[in-house]
Structures are given as structure tokens and as C-alpha cells.
Ligand binder design. Structure first.
Ligand SMILES: C[S@@+](CC[C@H](N)C(=O)[O-])C[C@H]1O[C@@H](n2cnc3c(N)ncnc32)[C@H](O)[C@@H]1O
Length: 357
């Protein structure tokens, strides 16, 4: 089959999936085929080859800009309407992994809070500190810290007007006066102020040059400040999130090629120019898999309302169906990726850094 035919076949498959013609089990099977291909592509026969592959990526990232163009980040993801996000996500509207501990009966709401508590514990937050939340999304971390530690001053940075307005509205509702939200692209933002604690929760996935990123963040840390990062990772492999071959429909489906980096658990440890590691944890992918599966259940449980929301934005029956299915497939992709081999391939990494003086 030539390149054009492969491209046409891929587009046809995606269209059928988005129109709802492919059963979920078949979609999940197709996802697992792509994941298996990724592992075959990434795992090398010797450890030295594996390390060389990682180090090649480290060297190439050092030559890049902090991030690729933000405009190319698909707006379907970060500009989704709140009415939909309120249905899909739990009550803290956390757009990242939840922590289900080992508890089968834990709800999404409880698991969101459990993860937020885990962050504050691991980041060693104390009341009265100044806290910076980079890529704050809808403020899950910002609001949690501000509510739990009334004497902390919390600054969230987001690149989305809607997210800023949402958090500010929530602060009014909760009568929180210790929160400030800055609208900025953190890759170009300049700021004199220094913080006791900095959070970057699932932000660095959108970045490339970790040397420049961590240098910039270190300038926002007090001398005894700590930086807590959560990022999606594979336990061994690190790669630019780009398709493996012409048949790979999966990699580019959610995020456009080039806009993401899939780190290995240890990738950031090669970027200790301006910060040094204090502690490092990984968390089974099962937690993020279950987060995605819970999101899917909530979409399916409210499918009528979700369709109406999508219809109101797209003004077209067919486009609304495609958007609903995009989000359903997004959840299945996350469920399968992080659930692969019982959560022991793709997982979460938590790293605590201190500033290098
Ligand atoms: C996966 S979401 C996580 C949001 C939030 N930290 C949470 O846990 O709910 C990633 C966030 O990073 C933000 N983001 C990505 N690149 C950014 C940039 N260059 N500047 C500011 N925010 C950015 C996106 O808008 C999005 O809200």
C-alpha cells in the first residue's frame, strides 16, 4: 500500500470512529496494537543502546526552544466548555491524574482530593508560604492550597482567559483573598517575585528544553524553595510524541505532532543544571487509567447533556457527534495507555527539586 493509500485508510478509520461506527472494544483493541508497537519501537536489546537512545533525546532537547508553538496545541482540549468539564471531571475540576490509593470504592471526587493532599505533603507545604502553580488549569491545586492553608499566598499562571476567569469567580464564591491568577505563557513570562514552593502539575509534557525551563523556574524559587513536578512518563522510554509510522493513528489523535514530549521516569534527572533532586517517586499508571475510565463513565452517564453542549458549540449534528466521540476516544486512549500491563509501562512521576545555589 503506498503512502497516499495509508493516509486515506487512516483518515477513514478516524472518521468511522468519530461517527461512532466502531465499537468501543474494537477501538480499545486498536489502541493496544499501537501501544505494543510503541514498546517494540522503543525497547532496545541492550541497556547501553537504551541509554544511548535516552541521551540522544536529552541532547536534542537541549538544542530546542522551551516549547513548540502554543497555537498548535489543540483547542479541543484546553478550551473545552466548562459545562462539559463539570460533567467529565470531579468536583475540583482537576485536569490531571487522581489518586485512588488501593481503594476500589473510592470516588473520583475523593481521589482528586487524595492526589491534591499527596502533592502538598510531598511538596512539604507549610501555612504562610508563598506558592506558585504553573499551568494551573482550572485551579485544582491553586484553590486546594489556598483553602487548606489560609495564610499561604497562592499565584496561579495560566495561558487561558477562561481558566483565569473561572478561578477568579471561584475565589469570590469561596471568599478566598489569598489567590492571584496571572494570564501568561510561562515560557515567555518574566517575574521578579520568588516563591517558597512551585508546582508544575502535568505542564512539562508540553515543553521541550528542560534545561531552559528549569533555569527559568529556578529564578522564581527562593534560595530554600522547592519545586514539585508531576509528569506523565514511561518507566524507561522517552520520546518526542510523534507517530512511529504511517499507520500510527493514535499518537497524533489527541495532541498534534511535536507539541508533546513523553518523558521517561528519569529524563528530568539529566537536567539538574539549576535545580537538584531531593526526592523522586513513581505512581502506577493504574491511577491515571482509572481517572480516564471514570471520566468516560461520567460522559456516558450524561450523554444527552454532553451532546447538547457539543451541539451548542458546533451548531451541527454531525460535528457534535464527532466531538462527543473525540472525548470518549480520548478517555479510552488514556485508560488503555496507563492501564497497559497493569500500569507498569506508562505511569506518573513525582519529582521534588531544590534550587542549586
Ligand atoms: C494537563 S493540564 C493540567 C492543569 C492543572 N495543573 C491541573 O492539574 O488541573 C495542563 C495545563 O497547562 C497549561 N499550559 C500548557 N502550556 C502552557 C504555557 N506555555 N503557559 C501556561 N500554561 C500552559 C494548559 O492550559 C493546561 O491548563
Amino acid at each position: 500500500m503506498d503512502l497516499m493509500d495509508k493516509q486515506a485508510k487512516k483518515e477513514e478509520l478516524l472518521k468511522s470512529m468519530e461517527l461512532g461506527f466502531v465499537p468501543d472494544e474494537e477501538i480499545r483493541k486498536l489502541i493496544r496494537i499501537e501501544l505494543e508497537k510503541r514498546l517494540k519501537w522503543g525497547y532496545k536489546p541492550t541497556h547501553q543502546q537504551q541509554l544511548s537512545q535516552l541521551l540522544n533525546l536529552v541532547h536534542s532537547l537541549r538544542k530546542m526552544k522551551i516549547a513548540t508553538e502554543m497555537e498548535s496545541l489543540d483547542s479541543k482540549l484546553y478550551e473545552a466548555p466548562f459545562s462539559f468539564l463539570r460533567i467529565k471531571l470531579g468536583s475540583t475540576i482537576k485536569e490531571s491524574c487522581s489518586y485512588f490509593k488501593d481503594n476500589e470504592s473510592m470516588t473520583l471526587d475523593e481521589a482528586e482530593i487524595a492526589m491534591l493532599d499527596l502533592y502538598t505533603e510531598r511538596a512539604q507545604i507549610k501555612d504562610g508560604q508563598s506558592v506558585l502553580d504553573l499551568g494551573c488549569g482550572l485551579g485544582a491545586v491553586t484553590l486546594h492550597v489556598a483553602k487548606k492553608y489560609k495564610n499561604c499566598n497562592v499565584t496561579g499562571i495560566t495561558n487561558s482567559v477562561e481558566q483565569k476567569e473561572y478561578i477568579e469567580g471561584k475565589c469570590k464564591e469561596l471568599k478566598l483573598s489569598n489567590v492571584k491568577v496571572i494570564l501568561a505563557d510561562i515560557t515567555t513570562h518574566e517575574m521578579e517575585y520568588k516563591f517558597d514552593r512551585v508546582f508544575a502539575i502535568e505542564l512539562i509534557e508540553h515543553m521541550k528544553n528542560y534545561e531552559l525551563l528549569l533555569r527559568m523556574i529556578s529564578k522564581w524559587m527562593k534560595d530554600d524553595g522547592l519545586l514539585f513536578i508531576e509528569h506523565v512518563c514511561h518507566k524507561t522510554l522517552a520520546y518526542h510524541y510523534e507517530p512511529i509510522d504511517e499507520d500510527d493513528w493514535f499518537t497524533e489523535y489527541i495532541f498534534p505532532a511535536g507539541t508533546l514530549t513523553l518523558s521517561s521516569a528519569s529524563l528530568l534527572l539529566y537536567f539538574q543544571d539549576d535545580v537538584s533532586v531531593v526526592d523522586h517517586w513513581t505512581l502506577s499508571g493504574k491511577h491515571y487509567s482509572r481517572s480516564h475510565e471514570e471520566w468516560l463513565k461520567r460522559i456516558d452517564g450524561n450523554i444527552g447533556a454532553v451532546k447538547e453542549i457539543m451541539k451548542s458549540i458546533t451548531k451541527s449534528e454531525e460535528e457534535a457527534v464527532k466531538l462527543v466521540n473525540f472525548w470518549r476516544i480520548f478517555c479510552m486512549c488514556g485508560g488503555e495507555l496507563f492501564g497497559y500491563k497493569n500500569g507498569e509501562e506508562w505511569m506518573m512521576s513525582h519529582i521534588l527539586f531544590k534550587k542549586k545555589l
